[in-house]
Write a protein that binds this ligand. Structure first.
Ligand code: PGA
Length: 240
C-alpha cells in the first residue's frame, strides 16, 4: 500500500484525476470502477476538464459503480445513478450504455448482484477502482461485521452510515436503509485501487489502515492484502 499525502482536497482531486487519466491513455478501452460520495466530486470535475481540453477520450471506456441505494429508482435525484450522470457521465464523451450502476429497483436483488459480478468479469475485470472510505471503515456499503460478503449483494446500512449520509437528504427518515453493493471480493479483484480520503473525520480510520492488522470490523483494512493500492489523503486525514 502506498500513501501519497497531499496538501489539500484540490491536490488529492488533481492527482487522482492524473492517475485515472493515465489509465485511460494507457488503455483507451479500460474498465473503471467508480465511487459516489462527496470525496470523488473534485476528481470528477478534473476529469471533465481533461476531457474538454482533449487530454482524455472516454468514448471506449466502460464503468462499473460500487453501489446503489435499494429500493430507489435510477431517476430519483438521490440515486447514485443520478449522482454519476450529474457529476460525470453527462459532462464527458462516454457512451452511457457502457456505464453501469447496480439496479436499485431489481425485483430479485440476489440475481442482480450475481449478474453484476458476471458482467464485470465478462468485461475482463476492473482495471482501476476508485474508492472513498467511511468513518467506520466501510468500503462501498461493506459495513463492519463479523463476516463480509465477497460478491455484489443486498445489505443493510449501519446507523453510523445512515447518519453520515442524511446530510444529502431532507430528513434522516428519507435515507434508504438498504443498498446493493459490490462485495469486498468484487472490489479486491480490481487490478489497481486508489482510495481517496480528506478531512479530520477520516484520520482515525486512515490510522487503522497504517498498522498491520486486518479486521472485518474495519472493512477497509482488507485492502492491505491487495498488491496495488494507493491512498491519496490530505494532511488532516493523515493525522498531521
Ligand atoms: P464521503 O463518503 O466521500 O461522502 O466522505 C465516503 C464513503 O462513505 O465511502
Amino acid at each position: 500500500m502506498r500513501v501519497i499525502i497531499c496538501e489539500n482536497y484540490e491536490e488529492i482531486s488533481k492527482k487522482a484525476a492524473d492517475i485515472v487519466a493515465s489509465q485511460v491513455i494507457l488503455k483507451p478501452d479500460c474498465v473503471l470502477g467508480l465511487a459516489t460520495g462527496s470525496t470523488p466530486i473534485g476528481l470528477y470535475d478534473n476529469l471533465v476538464e481533461k476531457n474538454k481540453n482533449g487530454e482524455i477520450d472516454f468514448s471506449n471506456v466502460t464503468t462499473f459503480n460500487l453501489d446503489e441505494y435499494y429500493p430507489l429508482a435510477p431517476d430519483n435525484d438521490q440515486s447514485y445513478r443520478y449522482f454519476m450522470n450529474t457529476h460525470l457521465f453527462d459532462r464527458i464523451n462516454i457512451d452511457k450504455a457502457r456505464t453501469h450502476v447496480p439496479n436499485g429497483l431489481a425485483a430479485d436483488p440476489e440475481a442482480e448482484g450475481k449478474a453484476y459480478d458476471e458482467m464485470i468479469a465478462a468485461h475482463g475485470g476492473i482495471d482501476l477502482q476508485v474508492l472513498g472510505i467511511g468513518q467506520n471503515g466501510h468500503i462501498a456499503f461493506n459495513e463492519p461485521d463479523d463476516n463480509l460478503v465477497a460478491g455484489t449483494h443486498l445489505t443493510g446500512l449501519t446507523e453510523n452510515t445512515i447518519e453520515a449520509n442524511s446530510r444529502f437528504f431532507e430528513s434522516i427518515d428519507d435515507v434508504p436503509r438498504k443498498a446493493l453493493t459490490m462485495g469486498m471480493g468484487s472490489i479486491m479483484k480490481a487490478r489497481k485501487i486508489i482510495l481517496l480520503a480528506n478531512g479530520k473525520s477520516k484520520a482515525a480510520v486512515i490510522k487503522e489502515m497504517m498498522n498491520d492488522n486486518v479486521t472485518t470490523s474495519i472493512p477497509a483494512t482488507l485492502l492491505k492484502c491487495h498488491p496495488d493500492v494507493i491512498i491519496l489523503c490530505d494532511k488532516e486525514a493523515a493525522g498531521m
